[in-house]
Design a protein around this ligand. Structure first.
Ligand code: PLP
Length: 454
């Protein structure tokens, strides 16, 4: 038995944390999250914190669901592992792939499994390039992505992504990836430009990039339907249909990264439905198992699958844990729970709109807030120094961290990214949970304002 202090020291000495300034850990030490139940997490000091981030955008059915533990236990006893290479397969993988295909847009019927969203995007990148090579166009291998996108932390994921600090530490990106503007009206719309017009202009940047390189050089466009880590940036309704029209015009594949939005977050099983598009690939992970085990699924269109089958031979690609039976069994049970409990419809019809209203009532009018936005159960609060001029506090990002710390101290886990506060709660949140979050947001904003303007 270790004391909290000892645990923190051990952690600081030996655990290299992701996305963390390691100097910081030597000081205050990590907050030890020791258990969780329903919508709450608990730290080692006994604080109960409402988890406004669903872990990292993933624990959609909430914590403490024994059904998932039981399924994992049974599968582990029956068959803890077998691979799906060389025409072997644990049945759970096929059953989960079938379930995903049933829930997905109807032209996506094949699923490739991995363990993480990053892996899944690597797979997608290799797959679309392989597709064009099989189609006799190996030079059609460039990918268009967006500034500020997040597609994972592997070298391919970071290269696809458009986050400047990550590129700054990449020291050699995957070649042939270009980045265009993101569809973020609050910062990038011109004076007098409507959201609709801005959405079309942001889509036009995709067309310009295609024409600059030549359509015969562009394999695909990749994007998150709603940029997540980049600050829950929700594009105008005009954006995605126009991007799709452009992709079709030049025969460029459309790759959607639904690692965050997949399995219900935007009020549909997939955000492709929410934004009215039919992508050629969809990358998913996170909520596929509600985060209970690591698992990703790349959904592949009939068009790509047909080429693979007819012209393919072997696609030399796969992971030891592709189709891991325990992860797949848990994924299947998780999707059944989401379906049985009607969580996706609930987000679309009830909790999503209620969440949007809460953000408007509790945050939108606050002196520190420039904009609130949400889709389904995914929301953001933009922190500004001056609502009129949209001037930010300096240094960039410092104010949001203050709001975040007050939120956590008052029992609400939120994330700060740049000057944006992010919420992405479990889909099992009820109106009451949303009310509780609203009270804590209002309090955190007030406390932060008092601190920032003193
Ligand atoms: N793509 C998106 C949109 C993500 O938000 C993330 C992770 O947050 C990833 C990919 C990478 O997923 P993972 O962390 O499971 O590798």
């Amino acid at each position: 038995n270790y004391s909290l202090k000892q645990l923190q020291q051990i952690d600081a000495q030996h655990h290299l944390h992701p996305f963390t300034d390691h100097k910081d850990l030597r000081g205050a030490g990590s907050r030890m999250i020791v258990r969780a139940d329903g919508p709450f997490i608990y730290d080692a000091e006994g604080h109960q914190i409402l988890d406004g981030m669903a872990g990292l955008w993933c624990v959609n059915i909430g914590y403490g669901r024994n059904e998932l533990a039981e399924v994992a236990y049974e599968q582990m006893k029956e068959l803890p592992y077998y691979n799906s290479f060389f025409r072997c397969a644990p049945p759970a993988a096929g059953l989960l792939a079938q379930k995903i295909a049933q829930l997905a847009p109807k032209h996506l019927n094949q699923v490739f499994f991995g363990s993480s969203g990053s892996e899944s995007n690597d797979t997608a990148l290799r797959l679309v390039r392989h597709y064009w090579a099989l189609e006799g166009k190996p030079e059609k291998n460039r990918i268009i992505s967006r500034q500020n996108a997040y597609h994972g932390s592997t070298i391919a994921g970071t290269s696809l992504g458009g986050m400047e600090p990550m590129h700054g530490q990449l020291h050699g990106a995957v070649p042939n990836i270009v980045h265009v503007m993101m569809p973020y009206a609050y910062e990038l719309a011109l004076p007098g430009e409507s959201d609709h017009e801005f959405g079309l202009r942001a889509a036009k940047a995709v067309e310009d990039a295609i024409l600059e390189a030549g359509p015969d050089k562009i394999a695909a466009f990749i994007g998150e339907p709603v940029m997540g880590a980049g600050g829950v940036k929700i594009p105008p309704a005009s954006y995605w249909p126009e991007v799709q029209r452009i992709c079709r015009k030049y025969d460029v594949l459309l790759m959607l990264d639904e690692v965050i939005t997949g399995y219900g977050r935007t009020g549909n099983w997939f955000a492709a439905e929410t934004f009215g598009i039919e992508p050629d690939t969809i990358t998913t992970a996170k909520a596929l198992t509600s985060g209970y085990l690591p698992l990703s699924a790349l959904l592949v269109s009939d068009r790509i699958a047909k080429t693979l089958e007819e012209k393919g031979g072997e696609f030399h690609h796969g992971y030891t844990y592709s189709g891991h039976p325990v992860c797949c069994a848990v994924g299947l049970k998780n999707l059944e729970i989401i379906e049985k409990e009607g969580l996706v419809e609930r987000v679309r019809e009830d909790t999503g709109p209620y969440f949007a209203q809460m953000l408007r009532e509790r945050a939108a009018g606050h002196p520190l807030v420039g904009e609130v936005r949400s889709v389904g159960l995914m929301g953001a609060i933009e922190i500004v120094k001056d609502r009129e001029t949209r001037e930010r506090f300096l240094p960039s990002g410092s104010a949001a961290v203050i709001v975040r710390d007050h939120a956590i101290a008052n029992g609400l886990m939120m994330r700060a990214t740049g000057d944006t506060m992010i919420l992405s709660p479990p889909l099992m949140w009820t109106r009451e949970t949303i009310d509780l979050a609203g009270e804590r947001i209002a309090k955190a904003l007030d406390l932060a304002e008092a601190q920032l303007r003193k």
